[in-house]
Design a protein around this ligand. Sequence first.
Ligand code: PXP
Length: 245
Amino acid sequence: MKRLGVNIDHVATLRQARKTRYPNPIAAAALVEKAGGNQITIHLREDRRHIQDVDVRELRKTIRTRLNLEMAARPEIVAIACDVKPDTITLVPERRQELTTEGGLDVTKEDGNLSTAIKKLKQSGIEISLFIEPDLKQIEAAVHLGADQVEFHTGRYCELTDKGDKKEVQKELARLKESAQFAKEKGLQVAAGHGLNYDNIEDLLRNIPEIEEYNIGHSIVSRAIFVGLEKAVQEMREIIQGVGK
Ligand code: PXP
């Protein structure tokens, strides 16, 4: 069964907009799990624009599925992660000015920082996923770094789909497929995420059975405004189950 990780950062974004106590990410995570989400994904950013340290600690105590913490390989955040022990850490690039994570981590240009972080996190018993572009060189470097999983950045695929550029979409799908097959051959688990929604996920499910996990946030939380979080998660689960058997 394919896993659906629901990224609940934007529940915290709404709370931080007014510095209120609601909406509460802990309550959101419980609803996601009730609706069939297989994993709660959160990003503890250096600027703490949405998820706060206390959220990470509380979620660790309350969630019943899996906790996937996205973070940059910075010593301050690594120390928090080693203490909290999420099930998985997804290492992502982080730039202060960006709206969201733009592009994957370039793991071929390792300066020692990344491998030190990975070593520490693995020693704490945490699985490591690297958020990279679907690129064979990146996958080889991820294997070399001892990753358990790669998550492919689907931003380019989603942008091309929005533009309706069918030829380029097919090219990007082929790149994702080749990368997913290569990563599987190398013994890595394969995940995908960024910009996925109720429409554009279908071609990935149909064409790339190697993708075992999807991490989706913005589209699900947006839909939740109209239909409620449980229904928004159920609808995505149904698509994943229906199309991507
Ligand atoms: N996966 C990773 C590694 C991410 O950084 C993000 C964005 O925080 C997502 C998945 C979810 O992306 P979106 O909110 O566009 O669905």
